[in-house]
Design a protein around this ligand. Structure first.
Ligand code: TXA
Ligand code: MG
Length: 325
């Protein structure tokens, strides 16, 4: 076995914390059956205790160790998308730690599609509770150096798997009552889920559905993020520039007349690359000391919806569906 995988598994068995690459973002993994290890995750992230964690598994068949009353639709989704960027919320089995589920009667499960994560999970032969490996409310890490810079002092080991292929977190679908509801948009789209389930889904969780952690302000850099339409980008940038504020622009194109001092974070026009690059751009905004980042979100449904969701939350604006821009 690869020695890095060996080391990661040994640390996890001893109740330590390992930063693990997944296809979405890096996770901060701990043994989901070890209360003290799970506690360390909350302390390292400064995460509120009632925010539940996703338990990562090596295979879909391990679902039954953690969840009960699993509806057929959940098995269909698992079959279609695992390993992959989909998290299923199910009714939890007795014996699952309260700390993992935030005291709720449900549990979030996912089989990640990354060779290193799968190698660790297979060798560990158990569930790993792993939130994104960033401090609470901050930007998720998409490469090992992001984790090193933010949590290097508190993680026992960082397994370096290079840059994450997808770059934004998994789509979360609540299937605990048999009726699929999207709690967090992601790389797997509403259309794809509708195709597998054969049902029409709501594009937002109903009011009564509880998912602590899906907060209005999340994925936030230190810089203030201002969301604008492409045609308003120049005006917004100039407004801050004239006030001598260090301003940057996150957009595919730089508007004509944009002052040279404005830091342009060039985001690709292709949606897959926008998702993949988004968080490293938000980190770069902080690294170059920007106070304000003007951002032009992508239009449309599917993955654009997921990228917009992250941008709006990074601006502290909450659900993208509440916004008119
Ligand atoms: O792609 C991902 O999902 C990444 C990688 C590491 O797998 N993980 C991730 O974890 O994004 P985290 O902790 O940053 O986000 C987990 C989200 C939170 O918003 C939490 O509220 C929700 O999952 N969640 C977890 N358990 C839940 C449950 N039982 N019911 C509803 N929402 C739940
Ligand atoms: Mg997170």
């Amino acid at each position: 076995m690869n020695s890095a995988i060996n080391q990661a598994v040994t640390i996890l068995r001893q109740g330590g914390l390992v930063a693990l690459p997944t296809e979405t973002v890096y996770g901060l993994a701990a043994d989901a059956r070890n209360a003290m290890a799970v506690q360390k995750v909350f302390s390292a992230k400064a995460r509120p205790a009632d925010h539940p964690l996703i338990v990562h598994l090596a295979t879909g068949s391990a679902m039954d160790d953690w969840a009960r009353d699993i509806p057929t639709v959940a098995r269909d989704l698992a079959h279609a998308f695992w390993p992959g960027p989909l998290t299923l919320v199910l009714r939890r089995r007795p014996g699952v730690l309260d700390a993992v589920t935030g005291g709720m009667d449900t549990i979030a499960l996912r089989v990640p599609d990354h060779p290193l994560a799968l190698a660790v999970l297979t060798e560990f032969a158990g569930g790993l509770a792993a939130p994104s490996a960033n401090r609470y409310g901050k930007v998720s890490p998409t490469c090992a150096s992001h984790v090193e810079n933010e949590l290097g002092a508190v993680v026992d080991f960082i397994l370096d798997g290079g840059s994450c292929r997808i770059g934004i977190e998994s789509t979360i679908v609540d299937v605990s009552d048999g009726k699929p509801t999207i709690l967090r948009p992601g790389f797997i789209t509403l259309d794809e889920i509708e195709q597998v389930t054969g049902r029409v889904l709501e594009d937002r969780p109903p009011q009564h559905v509880r998912s602590p952690g899906l907060k209005a302000s999340h994925y936030a850099p230190r810089a203030q993020v201002r969301i604008v339409h492409a045609e308003d980008a120049l005006g917004e940038v100039l407004k801050w520039h004239e006030r001598n504020v260090r301003v940057g622009l996150l957009a595919s194109l730089i508007p004509e007349g944009c002052p040279a001092e404005v830091h342009w974070l060039c985001i690709d026009e292709r949606l897959e690359l926008q998702a993949q690059q988004l968080y490293s751009h938000l980190r770069e905004a902080d690294a170059c000391g920007l106070d304000v980042l003007v951002a032009v979100p992508p239009a449309g449904s599917g993955l654009a919806r997921a990228v917009r969701d992250r941008l709006y939350r990074s601006a502290g604006l909450g659900d993208v569906l509440d916004q008119t821009v």
